[in-house]
Design a protein. Structure first.
Length: 115
């Protein structure tokens, strides 16, 4: 699986039931390390919180962090095996363009495997 876009966000408790969500979207180019991109997004979010609230990182209680990985039709079409393609099955659900591309590629791969 190739990562194309990573969305990373943090929600922090600023005290007195005040919360703030800070996030970043990173495009990962071929050959770049997705985990390094996540680390850089994490640092960006922490620095943004510190800058906007003039607080130390240790004073901020991290509540959640979310990671979403983006992919597109070209990623589905790059699958060479039905098992790998099926790993996208739940991710495409509810997204008509991706569902159509998934079904088309699944039909193509199942025809290849029958031969």
């Amino acid at each position: 699986m190739r990562f194309k876009e990573i969305q990373f966000s943090r929600t922090v408790n600023l005290g007195d039931n005040n919360f703030q969500k800070v996030g970043a979207v990173i495009v990962v180019n071929e050959g770049e390390n997705p985990m390094q991109a996540i680390d850089e997004a994490n640092i960006f979010c922490i620095e943004a919180i510190q800058r906007t609230h003039d607080i130390e990182y240790g004073a901020v209680k991290l509540i959640t962090h979310e990671l979403e990985v983006g992919f597109g039709i070209e990623d589905l079409n790059s699958c060479e095996d039905i098992v790998i393609l099926n790993s996208y099955k739940l991710l495409v659900k509810g997204k008509p363009e991706l569902e159509a591309a998934f079904m088309k590629k699944a039909k193509e791969l199942s025809c290849k495997q029958k031969k």
